[in-house]
Design a protein around this ligand. Structure first.
Ligand code: SF4
Length: 265
């Protein structure tokens, strides 16, 4: 069984995105139809929902997983604590800015955000590749979202992330791109199916069924929304874990300031 709600602007399958604010849709401000619906779905059968049909078919081609890439970030996380920093892309206007920021940056993992709220800056995978080229001391984790790219483009982004040695990728559904300007969204996939696609590509299976050689792979990260009611977020989280998320990043408010935290699975 699969559920699709046609009044959801992103036409998501089997659950809500992370963008509802106090039950209001991030796109049009109306009540998010998923919020009440998903709370009524019993927890156990939820794991048996049918996800994306092509990805389900491709999962039958996976022979074995590749080796997760060794990184200081993961070693420290398994010991209890790792330090991640979101790269301040807004301050970069030249190559000199990039090198200047890198000289001062202390972290186990540098994350490269996607276009928040649809405001364009750098392509995260291309930017993360550049960070690798200039010898960043930390691990690198680009954010990849489903809002701007169809399944084929996402597969090639993930293949790039695998080939160019990133330590992790953070996969989310993504904000509605038309919030900042008229721009057509894509949303071929939601975050759980994007996680599934990543595990396929990193295991050497490219859509629509080509096999590629893979020696090692990035860790696969998802996100949690601490503002959702537990019954909603539990269902979203289960789908992501079943899809193959190995670590989940979240945020919480402490003393009025946003902080972030990750949990390993
Ligand atoms: S908040 Fe997200 S899941 Fe809910 S209706 Fe809007 S786009 Fe759909």
């Amino acid at each position: 069984m699969a559920i699709r709600v046609y009044s959801c602007p992103k036409r998501l399958l089997n659950g809500p995105c992370g963008g509802a604010l106090e039950g209001a849709c991030e796109v049009d401000g109306r009540h998010c139809p998923w919020t009440g619906l998903i709370e009524r779905v019993p927890l156990e059968p939820w794991m048996l929902f049918e996800e994306h049909p092509l990805l389900a078919e491709l999962e039958g081609l996976v022979e074995s997983d590749s080796v997760p890439r060794s990184s200081a970030f993961w070693r420290k996380l398994t010991r209890g604590k790792a330090f991640t920093v979101e790269f301040p892309v807004k301050v970069v206007r030249s190559s000199e800015d990039l090198l200047r920021v890198l000289r001062t940056l202390e972290a186990d993992l540098v994350t490269v955000p996607d276009n928040p709220l649809g405001y364009p800056h750098f392509d995260p995978v291309a930017f993360a590749t550049r960070l690798k080229d200039v010898g960043v001391r930390a691990g690198v984790m680009p954010h990849v979202t489903a809002k701007d790219r169809n399944l084929s483009a996402l597969a090639s982004e993930l293949r790039t992330a695998q080939l160019f040695g990133f330590e992790a990728v953070l996969l989310t559904t993504g904000d509605w791109p038309g919030l900042s300007m008229p721009s057509r969204p894509v949303f071929d996939l939601d975050s759980p199916n994007l996680l599934r696609l990543a595990r396929l590509v990193f295991a050497g299976v490219m859509p629509p069924g080509q096999r590629v050689q893979v020696e090692s792979r990035p860790r696969v990260a998802g996100t949690m929304n601490p503002h959702y009611r537990p019954r909603v977020e539990a269902r979203r989280t289960i789908r992501k874990l079943v899809a193959g998320a190995e670590v989940l990043f979240t945020r919480w408010l402490r003393g009025g300031r946003a902080s972030s935290q990750s949990e390993r699975y």
